[in-house]
Design a protein around this ligand. Structure first.
Ligand SMILES: [Zn+2]
Length: 152
């Protein structure tokens, strides 16, 4: 049994709809809302994550193109002992950039970047409002059903 962390998930939000070239992969339409990228490193997991979070760097991985932009904001980092494809496949979300981060993927993930819609923002905002009892939208919803919550 593997007891060491090998997989990470970087949650980030995109302020408004953006188009961005992701290296040689192509140009993609990134709707406003929340995203999660799932990756792994067998060695130096901490260094890898620190690199991903560094504001300036040479873009090496697909995720670097997003995270070096000024309009993408990292909100959380999760660590997992399970393999990245398993974690990725258990994460509900829509694919907006096929093959993103999945160059080495042999598990048929389609993409290691998943769009969570705006539900994660709603959830986070709801947790700040103790009396809010509205249920979160499904995580795999891609529809923008309303304006983004105001963020201060
Ligand atoms: Zn995969």
């Amino acid at each position: 049994m593997n007891n060491t962390f090998q997989t990470y998930q970087i949650f980030f939000s995109v302020e408004g709809r953006r188009y961005l070239a992701i290296g040689k992969l192509g140009v993609f339409d990134f709707p406003a809302g929340d995203y999660v990228y799932t990756g792994s490193a067998r060695k130096n997991l901490g260094k890898r994550i620190a690199r991903h979070l560094a504001p300036e760097k040479t873009c090496k991985w697909h995720i670097d193109y997003l995270l070096t932009s000024t309009w993408a904001h990292v909100t959380a980092v999760y660590l997992w002992r399970e393999k990245e494809c398993r974690v990725n496949q258990q994460t509900a979300g829509a694919i907006v950039a096929p093959r993103f981060g999945a160059s080495d993927c042999r598990a048929g993930c389609g993409s290691h970047l998943k769009y969570l819609g705006t539900s994660f923002s709603d959830y986070r905002d709801a947790t700040r409002r103790p009396r809010n009892t509205t249920s979160a939208k499904p995580a795999n919803s891609t529809a923008n059903t309303g304006p983004l919550p105001n963020r201060t």
